[in-house]
Design a protein around this ligand. Structure first.
Ligand SMILES: C[S@@+](CC[C@H](N)C(=O)[O-])C[C@H]1O[C@@H](n2cnc3c(N)ncnc32)[C@H](O)[C@@H]1O
Length: 526
């Protein structure tokens, strides 16, 4: 039974008291049932998170072990203490009755750290590592400059990096949105891939039924990260299911043990959505979680997540309060802007231009050169039809990042909308200088579409300024579509047809090429 009187009621949402003593230890729960703590459970009374009687900071045993260099050298997005913690879980805490599963290992650091613990204990168990292994340049390339194309397969990089630990790792390509698990009970589940509500739900559904109540460790690497607010919301709203047993002092990882089977009577819902959580409930969860944090680093992490939540729910008073608390320390400013801008993008993607724009303006007051805030302000100005303002913002970005083709594409578009074809043309020349056939196809397509539009508006525009395009984009269908248009307008129908056929050879089904070819063949192309 939950101690309901200790639970807080906010509106109609019950917020379970996460600090309620009867819920925080195995002993407390057992005492409620009038018996001793069951022996088949992790003894939380001796867990690393138990405060010493004097209330002094607990001793965190993972800080005692040095992480083997072969594992710690692998490029990673983990904090140093998280590396120590992962190594410790298999080196000391693993009992050997269930599988060790690593979700989202990227190029393998987490898998290698878990494997190193097994190796150093002389165990032959293996870590089961699942990832899409699809390269996303925006956040992977800067951590590890492999120069892989967008969408490239990085399983070979994982295999190269984890080679010394190959006998302890099985890696498998899996889209976790479609995850399935048939490897039996799971003792350690490391989750660094719950990057959306959908992924968290899919992970719960596929792996949750294989957790053993009272025994399995679920390590949520993103628990304190400001982006993944769904994790603290889902976990801390159910202290009857999830009991925290360990947490690093400096990092995002927090570990939980399920206290009952995840599904079935009294278990989790099949699906979580943001709308399941009122702002009052979310607010209370963050407030209580913050009270629980011991270190200033982790408090800041939680405050950022709380702020992002308040922005998403559009709660101006809480937003102002959290901004003020965070901005007191100048070291937080950069992260504050980053967290705010993630929320601005969320609003923008939902079509809420005014909220997105308000957040970006607030960020620019603190960090006037922030690229994200400048881009967002430019996009919002453009969406409002204020192209002159948009040009100002986009130019500020390109003055800092001259090679950013995506912003120049927006800039060229706004110049065109203002009727300034000469400025739009200059931007296009700069864009093409920075694009190649390996650039994201969508950018290449946008650039050629803008060139087509510009040329249609002003057929005297000097295409000779782009005379190296043919050589550089020979295998891009978008070049051939553009060439077809130029040929057609010059009266060269046969060459136009040939170019469209070539575009379709390169990209069968290319919609624009098919459409123009059909028009050309039935004589309806004006
Ligand atoms: C932040 S990185 C993980 C970092 C890593 N654990 C480390 O130690 O550095 C997130 C990982 O989740 C993976 N991922 C994201 N969405 C996924 C999906 N739908 N299915 C499988 N893996 C996914 C990414 O490919 C990436 O490797």
């Amino acid at each position: 039974m939950l101690a309901v009187d200790k639970c807080l009621k906010v509106n109609n949402d019950v917020v379970y008291d996460v600090t309620c003593p009867s819920l925080t230890t195995t002993e407390g729960r057992a005492a409620e049932r009038g018996r001793d703590p069951p022996e088949d459970r992790i003894d939380h009374t001796r867990s690393a998170m138990t405060e010493t009687p004097s209330g002094a900071n607990p001793h965190l045993p993972w800080l005692d072990d040095a992480v083997p260099a072969e594992a710690s050298r692998i490029p990673s997005m983990l904090y140093p203490e998280e590396k120590q913690y992962l190594y410790w879980t298999t080196r000391h805490a693993y009992e050997g009755w269930g599988a060790i599963v690593d979700l989202g290992p990227w190029v393998g650091a987490s898998s290698a750290l878990l494997a190193a613990g097994l190796r150093d204990r002389g165990m032959s168990a293996r870590v089961q590592s699942f990832d899409r292994f699809v390269w996303v340049r925006s956040y992977m390339e800067e951590k590890l400059p492999e120069d892989l194309p967008e969408g490239g397969d990085f399983l070979p990089v994982f295999e190269r990096e984890t080679a010394p630990f190959a006998p302890w790792i099985d890696a498998e390509r899996m889209d976790l949105l479609e995850a399935e698990w048939n490897g039996g009970e799971i003792e350690i589940l490391f989750v660094d891939a719950a990057k959306s509500w959908e992924l968290l739900n899919a992970i719960h559904r596929a792996f949750g039924p294989h957790l053993r109540a009272g025994r399995s460790r679920v390590i949520h690497q993103d628990f304190r990260h400001f982006y993944t607010i769904w994790i603290p919301l889902a976990i801390d709203s159910r202290p009857d299911v999830w009991q925290q047993i360990e947490a690093v002092d400096d990092g995002d990882s927090v570990t939980f043990v399920p206290q009952r089977p995840l599904f079935g009577e009294g278990g989790l819902p099949d699906t979580y959505r943001q709308t399941d959580f009122s702002f009052s409930l979310a607010d209370e969860i963050f407030r209580r979680r913050l009270e629980r944090e011991r270190t200033s680093e982790n408090k800041v992490r939680l405050l950022l997540g709380w702020l992002r939540t308040a922005l998403l729910y559009d709660q101006p008073e809480r937003v102002a309060d959290l901004r003020e608390r965070l901005a007191k320390d100048p070291r937080n400013i950069e992260n504050l802007t980053t967290a705010e801008m993630f929320s601005a993008w969320d609003h923008w993607h939902r079509g809420d231009v005014s909220r997105a724009s308000a957040i970006a303006s607030e960020c620019l007051k603190r960090t006037p050169d922030d690229t994200q805030a400048l881009c967002m302000s430019g996009l919002c100005a453009r969406d409002r039809g204020d192209h002159a303002q948009a040009v100002t913002y986009f130019r500020r970005v390109t003055s800092h990042n001259p090679n950013d083709a995506s912003v120049r594409i927006c800039l060229a578009d706004s110049c065109y909308q203002l009727g300034d074809f000469s400025a739009a043309g200059e931007e296009l020349i700069a864009i093409f200088r920075n694009l190649s056939e390996d650039s994201p196809d969508q950018w290449v397509q946008f650039a050629f579409e803008q060139l087509e539009r510009l040329w249609a508006a002003d057929t005297t525009w000097p295409l000779s300024s782009l005379d190296d395009l043919q050589a550089r984009f020979e295998s891009s269908p978008h070049l051939h579509v553009f060439e077809a248009i130029v040929h057609y307008h010059r009266g060269h129908t046969e060459q136009a047809t040939n170019e469209l056929v070539r575009a379709l050879e390169l990209a069968p089904g290319h919609a624009r090429a098919e459409q123009l070819l059909a028009k050309l063949r039935n004589g309806s192309w004006q």
